[in-house]
Design a protein around this ligand. Structure first.
Ligand SMILES: Cc1ncc(COP(=O)(O)O)c(C=O)c1O
Length: 364
């Protein structure tokens, strides 16, 4: 037996979006617009920053495994604490789910080009990873239901989806759910929930609980806390109890937990962030379409553009980088002709559109 299992040897590691410093160094540009990782262009919630400072007094003590945040979330969403888990980002919880529920012979089912973080985590477990194509850049829930077999253990759905930004409705989900056996766990990844929640077509999964569904949410996006790693999940208490057995006991960190609790109370920051995003989304969608690009309508904090081929996508990504704008080429997700662009500040969004309009990649 080799030291490294073949499914790890062949795994492509998670490729994060480019960092600002790296682009500054490589291209000698001072001002860089980071529109590649769906972060909050306003920074972090000020209340969270205050709480982080206060939490520094107790850094010598072990944290309590997210208990305080679980309590606050249970109260806010009118649940029992046993229905809530907190972790190092929603990806921390996803990793926990994969370790807790998957056995060697199980299979994972999701859409093609799903969120790269999930792809890497699931494939690292060495189980069979099956996908179904998109239908017009939306989940094809009917095809997913049809693809369930006796080995399917986990179905991963992101709503809104990354990288397409599209959503499915409660009706669509309910139709799908009728075909899902109880022994299958559905991960409902709602990392972009806050951006979509006012859309009447968007289902708030807190209003319909199913015993085999775990909802994941994060503080990384609208609360601007991607750097501290804090996320949470809701599920039936039996699922949570088993996840808690496997979870790293001191995850999340005390700093992350304090930041999350404070961020939840920061209505003003939430409001400003959502307003800026709604404006940015509308502007980018319209301006990029006016530039002749195919833009997938989005309910999140980014848009996906579809180019004629991978050459144009690579060239455009490179030209934007040279002008100090980081976007996310989607080859690593499995969509080599697509690029994902996060909403930025109003200035960032305008810079991006101006740069796109100058691009040779789109003229040739
Ligand atoms: C769909 C989706 N889920 C989860 C995450 C990761 O969130 P976290 O920072 O909470 O791990 C992201 C981040 O980009 C995402 O797009």
């Amino acid at each position: 037996m080799p030291l490294v299992p073949p499914y790890i040897e062949s795994l492509r590691p998670y490729e994060a979006g480019r960092a600002i410093e790296e682009v500054r160094r490589e291209f000698g540009i001072q001002y860089v617009s980071k529109l590649g990782s769906n972060e909050n262009p306003l920074g972090s919630s000020p209340l969270a920053l205050e709480a982080i400072t206060k939490s520094l007094d107790s850094l010598h003590l072990y944290p309590n495994g997210g208990l305080d945040l679980r309590r606050v979330l249970a109260e806010k969403f009118d649940l029992k604490i046993g229905n809530v888990i907190a972790g190092s980002g929603s990806e921390g919880i996803m990793s926990n789910i994969i370790r807790t529920f998957l056995c060697d012979e199980d299979e994972v089912l999701t859409t093609e080009a799903a969120f790269i973080g999930f792809q890497v985590l699931a494939k690292s477990r060495g189980v069979k990873y099956r996908t179904v194509p998109y239908r017009d850049w939306h989940y094809d829930l009917a095809a997913l239901a049809g693809a369930i077999n006796e080995r399917t253990k986990i179905i991963y759905l992101a709503n809104p989806n990354n990288p397409t930004g599209t959503i499915f409705s409660k009706h669509e989900f309910d139709e799908f759910y009728k075909h899902v056996p109880e022994r299958v766990l559905i991960i409902l990844d709602e990392a972009y929930f806050e951006y979509a929640k006012d859309n009447p077509r968007y289902p708030d999964s807190m209003h319909y609980r199913y015993d085999n569904v775990i909802t994941l949410r994060t503080f990384s996006k609208v609360y601007g806390l991607a750097g501290v790693r804090i996320g949470y999940g809701f599920a039936h208490e039996d699922l949570i109890a088993n996840l808690l057995k496997v979870k790293l006991p001191f995850e999340p960190s005390s700093v992350a937990q304090a930041a999350g609790i404070a961020a939840l109370a920061d209505k003003e920051f939430l409001h400003r962030s959502l307003e800026l995003n709604a404006r940015g989304l509308e502007f980018l969608t319209r301006a990029l379409r006016d530039s002749g690009l195919k833009v997938v309508p989005s309910e999140a904090n980014f848009v996906m553009i579809v180019l004629p081929g991978s050459d144009q996508a690579n060239q455009l990504t490179r030209e934007l980088l040279m002008q100090g704008i980081i976007v996310r080429p989607l080859a690593s997700f499995g969509l080599p002709n697509c690029i994902r662009i996060s909403t930025g500040t109003d200035e960032d969004n305008q810079r991006l559109v101006q740069a796109i309009n100058k691009s040779a990649a789109l003229v040739s």
